[in-house]
Design a protein around this ligand. Structure first.
Ligand SMILES: Cc1cc2nc3c(=O)[nH]c(=O)nc-3n(C[C@H](O)[C@H](O)[C@H](O)COP(=O)(O)OP(=O)(O)OC[C@H]3O[C@@H](n4cnc5c(N)ncnc54)[C@H](O)[C@@H]3O)c2cc1C
Length: 400
């Protein structure tokens, strides 16, 4: 006898889920958030994807994209005033996600300009500094970089060797910085240096005597991004270029919290691009007389990618809502930076493998994202550093 069991209470009608958004987070976004995501996605599809492979292979930053991201208001997008868009944190996250679906290099450019350069000028700068730099940076007419890491060890910024001493009305800076995104593109570097009072932030301008940037040429990761070493040899910086509003490591660390938040979203975009490629490839690839997708082992791997992406999406969206309530803790950001970077790197590596030999070709996106994510999991605090931040929160013990 055929079963006529009534439909279960609360069961919804079967509908097709979006493989890249299994929990339909899109429906919980506001109209403005959806609009921002759509416009950045369109720009990435039309302007970024056609050029990014060549930029990665030839190792250059596609500078023509600066005007594209500026035109959409993506530079300093969450800052208020000074020609900035004043968008909420979820919008900033979605911007990062869509940009990194294109390439981590472009997202890094926008993250550095927005969170590591414009944010500290906005939060700690004088009115004169804000007027001078923020509108020009929002328009993409002035580019910035952020110099915290030094050659002897980025995980321990309290051991800072770069120093600044007062000399009359000026400061004189000496030292060097390593692995600086946008270094050779920048008109101004926010350089963090030790003073007798503690760490201070200095706006070092590219024309200042004794200041040089040298591009790091031999990278196998973030090849569509400029990374540089900065050298400061008796650079004389006027008092007007010191950020007056902050003293101590909390200055640079507060900037990193902003940027790391964006990274938690960005890497989701890279992972989505890899899953999309793996899905397409395994549908088309016929082995043993059936498409790859007909194998349980392949489905398990695809399902695992989707599981990881979905949990990362939930983490970042919740983080964004907490941030917009003004209640964000840096430990919460560390947990998500650790989880989401690990997730994206694992997804990219598995997608690369699933494509077989094609997986090592730049014709497909996973190898490029995988190589990029090796940097993203390292910069702005390595995975270990973020694990130790969470460990410290749980135990109260500083184990660094
Ligand atoms: C492409 C790229 C772009 C970057 N952009 C910028 C930028 O714009 N501005 C900037 O200031 N910096 C930038 N960085 C630097 C980045 O933030 C540092 O590389 C990162 O913080 C790690 O520092 P490090 O490379 O000196 O490694 P180290 O600090 O020397 O760490 C080496 C290893 O030791 C581990 N480790 C460290 N401490 C501990 C501990 N207590 N216990 C256990 N393990 C530990 C680390 O996890 C790591 O595996 C960039 C880096 C890259 C690769």
């Amino acid at each position: 006898m055929a079963s006529t069991a009534p439909a279960q209470k609360g069961a919804s009608r079967k509908r097709q889920l979006d493989p890249l958004d299994l929990y339909d987070l899109r429906s919980s976004l506001s109209g403005e958030e959806q609009m921002v995501q759509d416009s950045v996605a369109r720009m990435v599809d039309e302007k970024v994807l056609p050029v990014i492979r060549d930029a990665f292979e030839q190792h250059y930053f596609p500078a023509q994209l600066i005007s594209e991201v500026a035109a959409l208001g993506l530079l300093g997008s969450s800052l208020e005033g000074y020609e900035c868009a004043g968008l909420n944190s979820v919008c900033y996250g979605l911007i990062c996600q869509e940009l990194e679906r294109g390439d981590s290099g472009l997202r890094s450019f926008v993250s550095v300009q927005s969170s590591l350069v414009m944010f500290p000028i906005h939060a700690y700068g004088s009115e004169e500094q804000k007027q001078r730099w923020l509108p020009a940076m929002a328009r993409g007419e002035a580019i910035g970089c952020f110099g915290l890491t030094e050659p002897h060890g980025g995980s321990d910024p309290s051991n800072m060797k770069t120093h600044a001493r007062r000399d009359g009305g000026d400061w004189v800076l000496n030292g060097s910085k390593m692995w600086i995104t946008n270094g050779n593109l920048a008109d101004a570097a926010i350089v963090w240096a030790m003073t007798d009072d503690g760490v201070r932030g200095f706006i070092v301008e590219k024309h200042m005597d004794g200041f040089t940037a040298q591009e790091i040429e031999n990278k196998f990761s973030l090849r569509a991004s400029v990374t540089s070493a900065l050298f400061l040899d008796n650079v004389r910086v006027p008092e007007a270029n010191v950020l007056p509003g902050v003293v101590g490591l909390k200055g640079p660390l507060s900037c990193l919290t902003q940027a790391r938040y964006g990274i938690t979203w960005g890497v989701i975009g890279a992972a989505q691009a890899c899953l999309a490629e793996a899905l397409n490839y395994s549908r088309d690839r016929v082995l043993f007389e059936r498409p790859l997708t007909h194998n349980q082992a392949i489905q398990l791997r695809l399902a695992d990618m989707a599981r990881r992406i979905t949990t990362a999406q939930l983490l970042s969206l919740q983080l964004g809502r907490i941030k917009d309530r003004g209640e964000l803790s840096p430990t919460q950001v560390s947990l998500a930076k650790w989880n989401n970077c690990r997730m994206a790197l694992d997804v990219a590596r598995d997608a690369r493998d699933l494509l077989g030999g094609s997986g090592i070709s730049a014709e497909y996106v996973p190898i490029r994202h995988m190589l990029n994510l090796e940097s993203v999991i390292t910069y702005e605090g390595t995975e270990t550093v973020h694990q130790l931040v969470v460990g410290k929160e749980l135990t109260g013990v500083n184990a660094f």
